[in-house]
Design a protein around this ligand. Structure first.
Ligand code: 3PG
Length: 211
């Protein structure tokens, strides 16, 4: 799904797995396990050196997955991520230069916000779907309900501190088509190459819905 709109990316699965990869091969294995578990979307963060190479490898080797780049802060990172094959980008907060690249290159983008003023800042720049990070710290579902009352036309992807057992509380909100989270692919599972547990978490994650 090259050149998908942000809301299309958000509709792929109830959860966007956020992944920190130590190397490109692990990225491919994780992506395959997620697809096998029914989740066709992955956000590979650029927090490790291997992030870009993993995006490249996943884009080239794994079918049926929409691969995105996370923790994108600069225009240069954004350009490199798109060149590597990223189909969407995510920032934990406001990164106007990344938004500019996303608009120029017509790629789905999910910038983050924490406050009403930040959401308003993004809205003025054409953004209608935002990540809300760190969701559990800024007030959880109750905070999102309050944000939605003043931004009825926006949708949110809450991320940060969300786990399998709290995701449904967020997904119950009409303005939350999906959540983001790293719980499906913990560092321990990667270290142990435990792809079966990633697949099992994806199977449970793909079945999540509003409480
Ligand atoms: C992110 O980049 O979105 C966060 O690291 C994900 O938050 P979590 O690890 O609390 O799920």
């Amino acid at each position: 799904m090259k050149y998908a709109q942000t809301r299309q990316v958000m509709a792929i699965a109830p959860v966007i797995p956020v992944v920190v990869v130590p190397d490109a091969r692990s990225g491919v294995e994780i992506a395959r396990a997620l697809v096998a578990g029914g989740i066709g979307v992955i956000e590979v963060t650029l927090r490790t050196e291997a992030g870009l190479a993993a995006i490249d490898a996943i884009a080239n080797e794994v079918d049926d997955i929409c691969v995105g780049a996370g923790t994108v802060w600069s225009a240069e990172q954004a350009e490199r991520a798109i060149d590597a094959g990223a189909e969407f980008m995510v920032s934990p907060g406001i990164a106007d230069e990344v938004n500019a690249v996303a608009q120029t290159r017509d790629i789905a983008y999910l910038p983050g916000a924490q406050t009403v003023s930040e959401i308003a800042h993004l809205k003025r720049r054409g953004v209608t779907a935002t990540k809300l990070f760190p969701a559990s710290v800024v007030g959880g579902p109750a905070a999102i309900k309050a944000f939605a009352s003043v931004f009825p036309d926006l949708v949110f992807c809450p991320t940060g501190g969300i786990k399998e057992d709290t995701a449904a509380d967020y997904l119950a909100l009409d303005c939350v088509p999906c959540v983001g989270g790293s719980w499906l692919v913990p560092a321990a599972a990667i270290a142990a190459s435990d792809w079966a547990s990633v697949q099992a978490a994806a199977e449970r994650g793909s079945a999540l819905s509003g409480a």
